[in-house]
Design a protein around this ligand. Structure first.
Ligand code: KG4
Ligand code: ZN
Length: 340
């Protein structure tokens, strides 16, 4: 069946047409309109500007996706839309658009959780992937470990208690003068520096917990930058990028390893915008192999926010019988009412 996926939770408006059946995953179109250039001016996402940009883009993007796929609305079996979590105003644009489109055309509407959609991106490139597995979700807003029991049932077994890994990357990127969002630029810069040059605390909390805390790491890096500036020395940006990346990557790797050891998963899925990080991809591959597990990670083009991952998650939610009515509301929260 063809699923139309619509994403508008943050700063990307996206619509995709994906064909999924038993053993078949085909991305017929995945159109992403990024607002990054607009928000770069402000060093971060401005929610009101994001909502307006989604309104301006969503109709044209959806037409483009259908045209590119060569599919009409009559052939669409379900409309899947990110309904939580994210920026409320941004989410509302996608949700209301999807509701109108679905009900005007008599197509079933399926609400999708953005975090589950990031994980579902892995199914698109890896047709053999099946739950159960351990999902490591690292994005601009989330850093969590999930035991994925079925395509729709996720149990959170670890999470950040404060900032997310992506936020931590973006914050330090901004302070050392890299363009927003800093994650991708830090990834590259890290290759030019010494990962042991700057001593930084780990974001992995000690003990049995699988939780993280990134605020101490962020503060330590900021203090380091301030100390350099106050003493008139230039901040060694590449060394800091390498050391900071190492701290984040090792922190995530150590909790992944702990989860593999204590719970014996055979498959690990790495997903979310920060899953594009080359150092993290390589390190989790090592950790997975060392513990007899297979790592599945989406191609970089499917790590950031996109409609194809929403359509993939929507397909499995559709199969599980999940439907929304005209009363569907967006929710900024991780656990919206329609999921309970
Ligand atoms: O999943 P995503 O597109 O949006 C959210 O759902 O939050 O993630 C965006 C985050 C940003 O913080 C961005 O800096 C980060 O993903 N990111 C990266 C890389 N590419 C994107 N972080 C580290 N290394 C990268 N290569
Ligand atoms: Zn995302």
């Amino acid at each position: 069946m063809y699923i139309l996926g619509i994403e508008s939770s943050c700063d990307e408006t996206s619509a995709a047409v994906v064909r999924m059946e038993e053993g078949r995953r085909e991305i017929a179109a995945n159109i992403v309109a990024s607002q990054i250039e607009t928000h770069r001016l402000y060093g971060g996402v401005v929610p009101e500007i994001a909502s307006r940009a989604h309104i301006e883009a969503v109709t044209a993007i959806t037409h483009e996706a259908l045209d590119t796929a060569g599919v009409t609305l009559k052939e669409i079996g379900a409309v899947a839309v990110t309904a939580a979590p994210g920026l409320i105003g941004a989410l509302l644009v996608g949700v209301n658009f999807a509701k109108s489109l679905a009900f005007a055309n008599g197509i079933p509407l399926v609400p999708v959780n953005h975090i589950k959609a990031h994980v579902a991106a892995a199914y698109l490139a890896d047709p053999d992937l099946k739950p159960p597995f351990l999902a490591v979700v690292v994005s601009g807003g989330h850093t969590s470990l999930f035991e994925v029991r079925s395509h729709t049932e996720f149990i959170e077994i670890g999470a950040t208690r404060d900032d997310a890994a992506g936020e931590a990357f973006d914050k330090i990127g901004r302070v050392i003068g890299l363009p927003y969002p800093g994650g991708a630029a830090l990834d590259k810069l890290a290759y030019e520096g010494d990962p042991r040059a700057v001593k930084l605390p780990s974001p992995a909390l000690g003990g049995e917990t699988l939780d993280f805390s990134f605020s101490g790491l962020k503060t330590a890096a900021l203090n380091y930058i301030n100390t350099c500036r106050q003493s008139g020395t230039e901040v060694p940006r590449a060394d800091l990028a390498a050391s900071y990346t190492r701290a984040i990557v090792e922190g995530i790797a150590s909790k992944t390893e702990q989860a593999l050891i204590s719970r014996g998963y055979k498959t690990v899925v790495l997903a979310g915008g920060v899953a594009a990080n080359s150092h993290l991809r390589a390190r989790l591959q090592q950790v997975s192999v060392a513990h007899g597990a297979r790592l599945s990670v989406p191609p970089i083009s499917l790590c950031g926010d996109n409609g194809a991952m929403v359509a993939a998650a929507g397909y499995f939610a559709f199969l599980a019988g999940q439907r929304a009515g005209t009363d569907l509301n967006a929710s900024a929260e991780d656990h919206p009412a329609w999921e309970s």
